[in-house]
Design a protein around this ligand. Structure first.
Ligand SMILES: [Zn+2]
Length: 73
């Protein structure tokens, strides 16, 4: 029983953590959400993977924007 409810809580935590990834990358998270985000991502391989994926896309997009603006030398 305990493990079933733990999994359920964990999944919900995963959902809110993944939803917070863009905010984290833009440094828009409040200190409380930030701590919760980092604590969870430290312990959850699935969310680390999701975080790395989103971060790579965000970086690629940022580099493309910089190149389009002609600010990359
Ligand atoms: Zn997770």
């Amino acid at each position: 029983m305990t493990s079933i409810s733990a999994v359920r809580v964990d999944r919900q935590e995963c959902r809110s953590t993944r939803a917070a990834i863009p905010g984290y990358l833009d440094r828009r998270l409040e200190p409380r959400s930030l701590r919760r985000f980092e604590t969870h991502i430290d312990q959850c391989p699935g969310c680390i993977r999701a975080f790395i994926d989103v971060r790579q896309v965000a970086w690629a997009r940022r580099n493309a924007d910089a190149r389009r603006l002609g600010r990359v030398s």
